[in-house]
Structure formats: C-alpha cells, structure tokens
Design a binder for this molecule. Structure first.
Ligand SMILES: [Zn+2]
Ligand SMILES: [Zn+2]
Ligand SMILES: [Zn+2]
Length: 108
C-alpha cells in the first residue's frame, strides 16, 4: 500500500505534520470512474480526486463542481489522492498540505 508523507514543500507553515496520513489504512478501491455528482448534471469532469477514507470519487476544486471538497465538508474525510495521470500526490483538507508517496523508504 502507499504510505503518504508530507511533501517537503507541502506544509504551510513548513514542517507541519499530518496525523491523518500516518493513520491512513489501505487505499480503498474507487467507488466509480467519474464524479457522479457531475455525471448527474451531464458533465464529465476529468480532474478527479479519490477519497482515501471511503473511495468516493469527486472533482477537484479547480473544476466547476468542486465535489471532492464538498465530500470533505459533508463527511470530514480529510485525505484525497489525485487520480489524474502522472499525478503522484495527495491532499489533506484538514491540515491543508500536500503529501507524496513514501515509497517504503522507512517510516514517514
Ligand atoms: Zn491531515
Ligand atoms: Zn464533480
Ligand atoms: Zn470519503
């Protein structure tokens, strides 16, 4: 499983910790291949974020719906991972910082 750790430049202020990443379990399988809130409105948004708590798929803040952050606000699930090709990062809404895969290089 992926171990997420705070990106060196990801903390504001620098060096902030994310207790959610340390406590995260195995990544859930995505519940869908699209943002269902957008699909229901006839849109197909490709900037997707995967909730690392429950597998909910929502669109990013930079898309019109911002359904990933709406999911955080309604559920309190703090961690999302970018599902965009080539993206290797996650975001903690609660701590407002970027995370990167630890890659098994020791404890985060
Ligand atoms: Zn956090
Ligand atoms: Zn959406
Ligand atoms: Zn969730």
């Amino acid at each position: 499983m992926t171990v997420w750790r705070v990106r060196p430049d990801g903390g504001r202020p620098q060096g902030r910790a994310c207790p959610h990443a340390a406590a995260a379990g195995p990544e859930p399988a995505p519940l869908s291949g699209a943002c269902l809130d957008c699909v229901a409105r006839g849109r197909h948004e490709r900037r997707l974020r995967l909730c690392l708590t429950c597998g909910h798929v929502g669109c990013s803040e930079s898309s019109p719906g911002a359904h990933a952050s709406a999911h955080y606000e309604s559920t309190g699930h703090p961690l999302v991972r970018s599902m965009e090709p080539g993206h290797q990062w996650a975001w903690c809404y609660a701590d407002e910082l970027f995370l990167e895969p630890g890659g098994g290089r020791g404890p985060a």
